[in-house]
Design a protein around this ligand. Structure first.
Ligand SMILES: [Mn+2]
Length: 471
């Protein structure tokens, strides 16, 4: 792939400011020749195995990245970031990551993004009619919804090019699961944060169940960050976890479309069993009885405490776990999600109740890839990157998965060969989803896995509840 082509419009005009405001002076400009030499001479690099670096001379990139002097990211900065990640993923071993994005630049990006995300409500209202108001344009923006991407950087870069990057007339909503399994979760998370900082009202990042301490310690992201940031790895991983806590849980687009990683959630409102008279006895038993499972409301969702590293599967704060881990079912009603050990299964009747109550037309959720779908009875496979799981009177429930040829590392030669997909919602109604399926970018650069994929075969099932810490 010609990396320079994607940056040709930016590299010619870009000026790197001297970053005197930074406590740590930025490293001197592109040490690419020396890096390339070092890598080609390194026997431990996975990149000299059977695939030579994609280009002998580095493309014109602004490397390493520095934080803009005025603290304001530009479109050029972000395109350079994406091109640098693409190039480094093909040409540098993971340990050279700080020569692309020094830790002080990582710190600046994650700090500003984290503050921004923590301020958003649990369920973000997205108004495509508003996003244009600043420019005086009265037409509404198009909305692009994206499902799980799981560290597959090159497929995400393709998706962004194919759908068109975030812009005044284009809003992105990501349903979470940015990290784990694939080898470039850090790059993906950081580039999406950069877009968030640059265009906060045109890029919405929701939380997935993998944006947690438990999942990232089992499925690779923790080790990935440690490998890429070396002695600063623990620091960087902690910062990522802090940012995960701030990610909102759901969105409602144009008052028509509800999106979340897992989906619907239970009500946690319970009537106090016995409340004794007197000021001192105001303890209310908040443990909801499992026999009285009922669908939760958006009001309850808005009040949930989402800033937990591992959303609980028991106790009073069950809504975040439900939103991130639940799955639809063909059977009516609500039931505990026994396969996963956390979250719910909900039926078409619940989809109808939820859509009708809030005058919605669609639910777009993610969370199930081809491996998970292979084991579900009655639900379609994920070969095209999406399925329509419920068709009810008020609308539809869609599952959307955006990681093609998933998972990256597999114990057998047999692959799912699934396509990924994204959904385009167009004004004025936003209720007629246009599906775009796409194949994986090939060849995917070689990388070593960050988790024992032969042992951890099942996706998110058989959650080890005992090892989860509920904070
Ligand atoms: Mn998931």
């Amino acid at each position: 792939m010609d990396v320079s082509a994607s940056t040709s419009d930016s590299s010619s005009t870009m000026i790197i400011p001297t970053d005197s405001a930074e406590a740590q002076p930025p490293p001197s400009p592109p040490p690419l020749d020396s890096l390339t030499t070092a890598i080609n001479g390194s026997a431990s690099s996975p990149f000299n195995s059977d695939e030579p670096p994609s280009s002998s001379s580095p493309p014109e990139l602004q490397l390493p990245l520095s934080w803009p002097q005025d603290g304001k990211l530009t479109l050029d900065w972000i395109h350079n970031l994406m091109a640098c990640f693409d190039w480094s993923s093909r040409n540098l071993p993971p340990s050279q990551f700080p020569s692309v994005l020094p830790v002080h630049v990582f710190d600046s990006l994650i700090l500003i993004a984290s503050k921004m995300l923590h301020k958003e409500p649990n369920c973000v209202p997205i108004d495509p009619f508003q996003s244009h108001s600043e420019s005086g344009d009265t037409t509404a923006a198009t909305v692009v919804v994206v499902g799980d991407v799981h560290g597959q950087l090159h497929d995400l870069l393709f998706l962004l090019r194919d759908a068109g990057y975030p812009a005044q007339n284009r809003i992105f909503v990501f349903n979470g699961d940015y990290v784990d399994r694939g080898a470039w979760g850090l790059e993906i998370f950081l580039l999406l944060l950069a877009w968030k900082v640059f265009m906060p009202h045109n890029m919405y990042l929701l939380r997935g169940n993998h944006e947690s301490k438990y999942c990232t310690s089992v499925y690779g992201f923790e080790k990935e960050v440690l490998a890429k940031y070396g002695d600063k790895g623990k620091h960087a991983y902690r910062k990522c976890l802090g940012c995960f806590e701030g990610l909102p849980l759901a969105s409602v687009i144009a008052g028509r479309v509800y999106t979340a990683h897992g989906g619907l959630f239970r009500s946690v409102t319970v009537t106090p069993s016995k409340r004794l008279k007197g000021k001192k006895n105001r303890k209310i038993n908040l443990n909801p009885d499992i026999k009285t499972l009922s669908l939760g409301s958006l009001e309850e969702l808005s009040k949930a405490r989402r800033s937990v590293l591992d959303p609980p599967w028991e106790g009073s704060n069950l809504i975040p776990g439900d939103v991130l881990w639940s799955d639809p079912s063909k059977n009516p009603g609500l039931a505990p999600n026994k396969e996963r050990g956390i979250g719910l299964l909900w039926g078409p009747d619940c989809t109808e109740d939820f859509l009708k109550k809030y005058k919605l037309k669609l639910i777009i959720r993610s969370h199930e890839g081809p491996d998970a779908r292979e084991k579900r009875d009655g639900l379609d496979g994920m070969t095209e990157g999406y399925t329509i799981d419920h068709i009810v009177e008020s609308g539809k429930l869609i599952t959307l998965f955006s990681a093609p040829d998933y998972p990256q590392f597999q114990a057998t030669e047999e692959r799912y060969n699934n396509k990924g997909a994204y959904v385009v919602l167009e004004p004025p109604n936003f209720d007629n989803p246009i599906f775009h399926s796409f194949e994986a970018v090939t060849p995917r650069p070689k990388a070593n896995p960050y988790y024992d994929y032969e042992e951890v075969i099942d996706s998110d099932e058989e959650l080890d509840l005992a090892s989860m810490v509920t904070a």
